[in-house]
Design a binder for this molecule. Structure first.
Ligand SMILES: NC(=O)c1ccc[n+]([C@@H]2O[C@H](COP(=O)([O-])OP(=O)(O)OC[C@H]3O[C@@H](n4cnc5c(N)ncnc54)[C@H](O)[C@@H]3O)[C@@H](O)[C@H]2O)c1
Length: 348
C-alpha cells in the first residue's frame, strides 16, 4: 500500500488524444491525480499543451522522468509504445499505455515483462470498459437476464482519408488499420460481455482508401461459451453514418445500443427481456413492448480510467485494465490478421 493519496502524472505524446481527451477529462479532474509534466516530440505542440493545462513542458523523456512523477500516460504512436513504456519502467514509473500495447504480441509481452521486472504497474488504455452502459450491460448478462449468450455484434467506424505521414495508415507504425485501431476496442468489449473468444475468422480489405493499412475489416468469432459474434470496423464510412452499434442477444432477450461505443459517455441502450419462457409464435407478430431503456448515470471513461489506475497505484494492486487485458487484445488481433492472410479460422 502506497501512503500517497495523489498520483503525480507525466504524459508522453501530449499532442493527440492526451490533449483532446485524457488530460482535460481524465488527469485534470481526477481526485487522485495531478499533472506534473508533458512531453511530445513536437516541442511547439508540447509547449501549447503545457500552457493549456498549466503544467511543465519537458524537453525530453529523461527530463519528464526526473520531474517527480509516479506514473506516465503513454499516448505516442503505436510504434513507440514499447520504447516509451520501457524507459518509464526502467525509471520506476508506473505505465498506463494506450492501446495497443506495441505493434505485436512479442512487443506486448516484452512490455509486460519489463514492467513486472521493474516492479511497476502496466495498464492498457481500453477505456470503453468503464462506460456506465457497458458496465450495466455486463451486469445484466452476469445476472442471466439475457439467458444463454447467443450472439454479439460491435461496430466502430470513422472517415479516415489518406493523410501524408499518418502513422495509422501503415502497419509498420500503427500495427494495422481500422481493425487494430478501432476493432480492438470492439473485440475487447465483446470479451468483457461474453468471455473469452475461442477462434476468429477475419477478412480485411482496402475498399475506398489505398493506403497500406486496411480500411475495412469484418471479424466473425466464436466464444468459449458457444456464443457467436461479429465485429465490423471501417475507416471509409462517414462519421455520421456509423452509429457504432452494439447488439447482445441471448436466449431470453437482447440489449441493443447505438453510440455507446466510442469516446463519449452516453448512448442509447435498450434491453428487450422476456419475463417468462416463451412458446413458439407461429404468427411471428413481435408486438411485445418497447423495451427497457438502460440509462445509468454517465461515466466519463477517461476520468474513470485515470482514477482507477491512480487508485491501483495507491492500493498497490493490479489496475482493472491490466497488462493481461492488453496482451489478450494483441493476441486476438494477431489471430485476426493471420486469418485474413490465410483465409482460415484461427484459434486464439
Ligand atoms: N482510447 C482512446 O480513446 C484513443 C483515441 C485515440 C487514440 N488512442 C491511442 O492513443 C495513441 C496515440 O493516438 P493519437 O490519436 O493521439 O495520435 P496522434 O498522432 O494524434 O498524436 C500522437 C502524438 O504523439 C507525438 N509523437 C509522435 N512521435 C513521438 C515520439 N517519438 N515521442 C513523443 N511524442 C511523439 C505526436 O507529435 C503527437 O502529438 C495510439 O496508441 C492510439 O491507438 C486512443
Amino acid at each position: 500500500m502506497n501512503s500517497k493519496k495523489i498520483i503525480n502524472w507525466g504524459v508522453i505524446g501530449s499532442g493527440g488524444i492526451a490533449r483532446r481527451r485524457t488530460i482535460p477529462e481524465g488527469i485534470i479532474p481526477a481526485d487522485n491525480a495531478n499533472l506534473v509534466a508533458v512531453y511530445d516530440l513536437n516541442s511547439q505542440v508540447n509547449q501549447a499543451v503545457a500552457q493549456d493545462f498549466e503544467t511543465s513542458a519537458a524537453d525530453n523523456i529523461d527530463d519528464l522522468l526526473n520531474s517527480g512523477i509516479d506514473a506516465v500516460y503513454v499516448a505516442s504512436p503505436v510504434s513507440f509504445h514499447l520504447e516509451h513504456a520501457t524507459a518509464c519502467a526502467k525509471a520506476g514509473k508506473h505505465v498506463l499505455c494506450e492501446k495497443p500495447l506495441g505493434l505485436t504480441v512479442k512487443e506486448a509481452e516484452e512490455m509486460s515483462n519489463i514492467c513486472k521486472k521493474e516492479g511497476v504497474l502496466l495498464g492498457t488504455g481500453l477505456m470503453m470498459r468503464f462506460h456506465a452502459q457497458h458496465e450495466l450491460a455486463k451486469m445484466y448478462i452476469q445476472q442471466e437476464k439475457l439467458g444463454t449468450p447467443v450472439y454479439a455484434r460491435a461496430q466502430l467506424s470513422c472517415w479516415y482519408p489518406p493523410i501524408e505521414g499518418a502513422w495509422r495508415q501503415d502497419p509498420a507504425t500503427g500495427g494495422g488499420g481500422s481493425l487494430m485501431d478501432m476493432g480492438s476496442h470492439c473485440i475487447d468489449l465483446l470479451e468483457m460481455f461474453f468471455g473469452k473468444v475461442k477462434s476468429v475468422n477475419c477478412i480485411i480489405n482496402n475498399n475506398v482508401h489505398s493506403y497500406k493499412s486496411e480500411d475495412s475489416a469484418l471479424v466473425s468469432m466464436i466464444f468459449e461459451n458457444g456464443a457467436m459474434g461479429t465485429v465490423d470496423t471501417y475507416f471509409c464510412i462517414p462519421d455520421n453514418s456509423s452509429k457504432n452499434a452494439l447488439e447482445l442477444y441471448g436466449s431470453k432477450g437482447s440489449i441493443i445500443a447505438k453510440g455507446t461505443i466510442g469516446q463519449g459517455s452516453i448512448g442509447e441502450m435498450i434491453a428487450y427481456l422476456e419475463k417468462e419462457s416463451t412458446l413458439y409464435d407461429k404468427q411471428q407478430a413481435r408486438s411485445n413492448g418497447n423495451g427497457e431503456p438502460m440509462i445509468p448515470r454517465p461515466v466519463n471513461t477517461y476520468h474513470a480510467e485515470i482514477e482507477e489506475f491512480s487508485s491501483a497505484i495507491i492500493r498497490g494492486s493490479e489496475p482493472r485494465n491490466n497488462a493481461e487485458i492488453g496482451l489478450r487484445s494483441q493476441k486476438i488481433m494477431t489471430a485476426c490478421y493471420k486469418s485474413a492472410q490465410t483465409g482460415k479460422v484461427i484459434d486464439v
